[in-house]
Design a protein around this ligand. Structure first.
Ligand code: 9MR
Length: 324
């Protein structure tokens, strides 16, 4: 490798946050996890701890310990902290039964949730995924409990409510919209409409779960550039690279490294301001618990292996970001 500087340093010199989406347990129990996160990454996202289900064990109580552990670590290590996610249709609390509420009561419930959570982390969370995955794969607005009860404008409402209590940058976050796809067009149109109506949206998060399919980097470049032309910041928010079990390349680590390198280069050149991967090491990957993974996908998807040793993908990203 051409540099002895770590990921966080080379990225910082290029004005790019490099981060990891993490859970609370390895942070509490694994010194190597803490050390690698602090030394190599300049941004951190709680993978689930800030979602409604994990946060709210009952209607009237919040369990903030896991979220605070991650946010506090980020603040203590001068990291860029991404909150994820105020409004999502998954990982809802088990006690939450929409039929217990009228539409007006659901609106009040969701507004109270956004105000409570975003308000609590005011000044400590730098960016929020305010709404996650509101667009369906065919480009229509996903029929969720929030859409059904509050109507299509629940997306705008969520951003307005978050902006009333938080100084964070406010993001829309989704998958399948990283390259120029039908869904990306729908996300673009959604965000352009919100901006036209002065809804306080600051950025778009592109998850980039490259599981089998790897969105074309040049198409990602064009897509990022058009979101930037809208006046939005763009961040890659949950990147991982695994392979279709039926289509594993001869040298998967090399293919993975090349793809991470290409995405890092496009990110830099097209003006992304963060590249966040979906975990610190392969041992922490959410894919190990993803139902489809063992059957349909394979591979260790991140930059560090399960013993926190840098992989070829790590070297490739560092080299891509290091000054020429
Ligand atoms: O990392 C999250 C994992 O811990 C959860 O079990 C899983 C539940 O679906 O969600 C993972 O994160 C999701 C993220 O919040 C939104 N993008 C898709 C990710 C995988 O579902």
């Amino acid at each position: 490798m051409t540099t002895d500087r770590v990921l966080r340093e080379v990225a910082g010199d290029r004005g790019l946050h490099v981060g990891a989406m993490i859970g609370p347990e390895p942070l509490r129990t694994e010194p190597r996890h803490r050390r690698t996160l602090a030394e190599e990454f300049s941004a951190v996202t709680p993978g689930s701890a800030l979602k409604m289900g994990p946060l709210r064990p009952s209607r009237d109580t919040y369990d903030l310990a896991d979220a605070d552990a991650i946010v506090d670590f980020g603040v203590e290590h001068d990291m860029y902290v991404r909150g994820h996610a105020l409004v999502w249709h998954r990982q809802l609390p088990e006690w939450f039964q929409p039929w217990d509420y009228t539409d007006d009561q659901l609106r009040e419930f969701l507004r109270d949730h956004v105000h409570t959570v975003a308000g609590r982390y005011h000044g400590r969370i730098d960016a929020w995924d305010v709404v996650n995955e509101a667009v369906a794969d065919d480009g229509s607005l996903r029929e969720t409990v929030w859409y059904d009860a509050l109507g299509a404008d629940y997306v705008a409402d969520a951003f307005r409510w978050a902006s009333e209590v938080s100084d964070a940058d406010l993001y829309y976050n989704d998958y399948g919209c990283e390259a120029l796809t039908e869904k990306a067009d729908a996300v673009y149109d959604l965000l352009a409409d919100l901006l036209d109506r002065d809804v306080p949206v600051d950025g778009v998060g592109l998850q980039l779960h490259a599981l089998g399919d790897r969105p074309d980097p040049e198409s990602i470049r064009e897509n990022v550039e058009r979101f930037r032309d809208l006046g939005l910041d763009v961040q890659i928010t949950e990147m991982d690279v695994a392979f279709d079990r039926e289509d594993v390349p001869e040298d998967p680590l090399a293919v993975q490294a090349d793809y991470y390198r290409e995405v890092a280069e496009v990110c830099l050149e097209a003006g992304c301001d963060a590249l966040v991967v979906a975990g610190v090491s392969d041992a922490n990957s959410w894919l190990r618990y993803f139902a489809d993974f063992p059957e349909n996908y394979t591979g260790d998807p991140l930059l560090f292996d399960e013993r926190y040793r840098p992989k070829p993908a790590y070297d490739a990203v560092v080299e891509a970001l290091a000054e020429d």
